[in-house]
Ligand binder design. Structure first.
Ligand code: HXC
Length: 257
């Protein structure tokens, strides 16, 4: 896959998509979001891929939506722009494959929102997180007001969004915004390690677990339990369940296909 603003690599079951607009600190413009949309569509239909790592080139993960492109927008144009980003981020959130954000630097505004749409966030010790939109006279617009409180809780989310303050990676870890922090030069290796650990499991059961969590969180508990039961039962119609349990009984490592 060739793009102007993305670098795509595939290593076996693991795909890496790197935002590549370093001159503008990987700020998200419409072209980049359209490319991201196409890349995600292609990854979704590639049955070989079991984990996606999302990262950024240079010193930034993503420093937000492109302010120069947003500056002159009318309300209608701004709504369309928000809708485009929301659509792509939702696709990332709901895709079958788990997505790890390897946050290598600034994750601000739309960049923080992109990381929030991923399943797991790992950060470089140099990463900085924040929702600085109110300082620009706007609100977050790619889901930040919704995902941030769901992930770190209402009070902390309100503090971050109302102040527009940046937090460093350690603070982000302490408030539950990132899963783990690593030295900058080991971040991608650590993301791969995690990806491989996930990919060594039954891919179907990982995908069903992601669906159960994401969909279940939007349901009442009883309906969500029904969903879990259905997906659990569905596993028993798969070769992977047969292999996983046979391997346990035969005291060997499973060989999932
Ligand atoms: C456009 C951006 C940009 C952005 C950085 N650049 N962020 N361009 N949109 N979001 C550009 C700069 O203009 C500059 O271009 C180059 O990248 C390098 O940035 P510097 O500011 O020189 O770097 P530095 O001094 O290291 O400061 C880094 C920074 C700062 C703290 C991250 O760049 C910054 O505050 N950026 C904006 C962060 C932000 O407010 N993000 C939220 C955007 S709103 P030149 O040409 O001068 O070299 C948003 C809304 C989402 O995300 C929802 C939309 C619907």
């Amino acid at each position: 896959m060739e793009f102007n603003n993305l670098i795509y690599q595939k290593q076996g079951e693991i795909a890496v998509l790197s935002i590549n607009r370093p001159k503008a600190l990987n700020a998200l413009n419409e072209e980049l979001l359209q490319e991201l949309n196409i890349a995600i569509d292609k990854i979704c239909v590639d049955k070989e891929i079991n984990v996606l790592i999302l990262t950024g080139e240079g010193k930034s993960f993503v420093a937000g939506a492109d302010i120069t492109q947003m500056q002159k927008k009318t309300s209608d144009e701004a709504r369309n722009f928000a809708e485009l980003g929301m659509k792509v981020f939702r696709k990332i959130e709901l895709m079958d494959t788990p997505v790890i954000a390897a946050v290598n630097g600034f994750a601000l505004g739309g960049g923080c929102e992109l990381a929030l749409a991923c399943d797991i966030r790992l950060a470089s010790s140099k990463a900085k997180f924040g929702q600085p939109e109110v300082g620009l006279g706007i609100t977050p617009g790619f889901g930040g007001t919704q995902r941030l409180p769901r992930i770190i809780g209402e009070a902390k989310a309100k503090e971050l969004i109302f102040t527009g303050s940046m937090v460093d990676a350690e603070t982000a870890k302490n408030i539950g915004l990132v899963n783990n922090v690593f030295e900058p030069d080991t971040l991608l290796d650590e993301a791969f390690k995690l990806a491989k650990k996930i990919a060594a499991n039954g891919s179907l059961s990982v995908k069903y677990s992601k669906a159960a969590i994401n969909k279940g969180l939007q349901m009442d508990l009883d309906s969500a339990m029904e969903l879990e039961k259905d997906l659990f039962a569905l596993c028993f119609a798969s070769e992977q369940q047969k292999e996983g349990m046979a391997a346990f009984v035969e005291k060997r490592k499973p060989n999932f296909k």
